[in-house]
Design a protein around this ligand. Structure first.
Ligand code: SF4
Length: 372
């Protein structure tokens, strides 16, 4: 079994192998509670860990938390948007849920060489993106790792529970800074269970499937601290990674042409989409005869992320398969769909910058408190 990398070194080609190798629970049967989740209906969610337990606690009205984060080494792209939408979906669904949003500026420092000052600037936009996508700031805590004493304290405590070999098993051989970043992420995951936030509670972590190593580490740490800190093992829900527009398995912030961001100008969006790799055939004649391959096509994926209704996705799929849809027209339609969304999102984001700054400021005083 190979170590899975949460640091974006490579994509995932075979989700069923990942599910099997690491014991993720697949969505084999209809999961009634997720029927109103567009990514569930559209086949973007691959599985979970203890989601049923989290949902049952959330439905009972007890305090629960949703946590995820972003490395502020860049502006929101589609991958960050999907994680954000998943968090917001659960926040909106359960009025007893508080959403925790970690800005992983320490990790951006060690993994991307980005200064903390630069992360400060980007963090405000990341939080504004969250609000613009629908996060209720009244039930949210948004903080930078570097300002969260509670998170660093937990990371230090957790460093006593792991050996070098255990971390190599989970993450492969890495610099110590990345192992430490992993322990800081565990600190993030358990922050909602600390004293300033009223102690232990179920926490759900929506993440891309490549982040599973952090979840496994956190669940192991919870079992070691079930008595002293009464930590509850976190639940997780996993989505597929966003494919690169250039055809690779995973888009990367390190390759701007491979991804769409929520800050792209219209002309950039057009250029990226019109130059994208497709699942189309070599000639129009072949496309008409054989049909395209939407399963391989990152342009088809744009419909999955941005189409307003599920029927549109089904129509595009069938028209492509049956050789009725040609890639040029399909790209133009996808561009219009994406650019309309991005344009509206940018207007919403501009209107909430002050709100984002206020949320980061208010949260800072909470995460400075002693965690235990
Ligand atoms: S017609 Fe559209 S969905 Fe089908 S392969 Fe071409 S770009 Fe992709």
């Amino acid at each position: 079994m190979n170590a899975l990398s949460p640091w974006g070194d490579f994509g995932i080609k075979d989700y069923s192998k990942l599910i099997q190798d690491f014991g993720i629970t697949p969505f084999n049967e209809t999961f009634e509670d997720l029927k109103d989740n567009k990514y569930y209906r559209r086949g973007m969610l691959i599985g979970h860990r203890d989601l049923d337990k989290f949902i049952s606690e959330a439905k009972s009205g007890k305090a629960v938390a949703i946590l995820s984060g972003i490395k502020p080494s860049g502006i929101f792209h589609i991958g960050s948007m999907i994680t954000a939408e998943q968090m917001i979906y659960f926040q909106q669904k359960y009025s007893n849920a508080v959403l925790f949003y970690s800005i992983a500026d320490l990790e951006a420092y060690v993994d991307n060489g980005q200064s903390l000052d630069k992360s400060d600037e980007i963090a405000v936009y990341n939080v504004a993106d969250m609000i613009a996508l629908g996060m209720d700031p009244g039930r949210a805590v948004a903080y930078k790792q570097s300002s969260a004493v509670a998170v660093s304290d937990l990371a230090f405590i957790f460093s006593d529970d792991v050996t070098f070999n255990m971390l190599v098993d989970i993450y492969g051989e890495r610099k110590i800074s990345l192992y430490f970043a992993a322990l800081v992420q565990a600190g993030d995951i358990f922050l909602p269970e600390t004293k300033p936030f009223n102690g232990p509670k179920p926490v759900l972590v929506p993440v891309g499937a490549d982040q599973d190593p952090h979840i496994r580490l956190a669940r192991d740490l919870a079992s070691k601290h079930k008595d002293d800190l009464q930590l509850v093992p976190p639940s997780a829900i996993y989505h597929k990674l966003v494919r690169s527009l250039t055809g690779e398995a995973k888009m990367s912030k390190r390759s701007p042409q491979s991804m769409i961001t929520l800050s792209d100008k219209k002309e950039d969006l057009k250029q990226k989409i019109m130059n994208a790799f497709t699942g189309g055939r070599a000639t129009i004649r072949e496309q008409k005869e054989l049909g395209g391959e939407p399963e391989k096509c990152p342009v088809f994926d744009l419909y999955i992320y941005f189409a307003k209704d599920d029927k549109k996705i089904k129509d595009v799929y069938e028209e492509c398969k049956n050789g009725i849809r040609m890639c040029g027209d399909c790209k133009i339609e996808a561009y219009e769909l994406v650019s309309n969304f991005v344009e509206e999102h940018q207007a919403r984001r501009s209107a909430v910058i002050n709100e984002a700054q206020a949320l980061l400021k208010n949260s800072s005083s909470l995460v400075l408190k002693r965690p235990i």
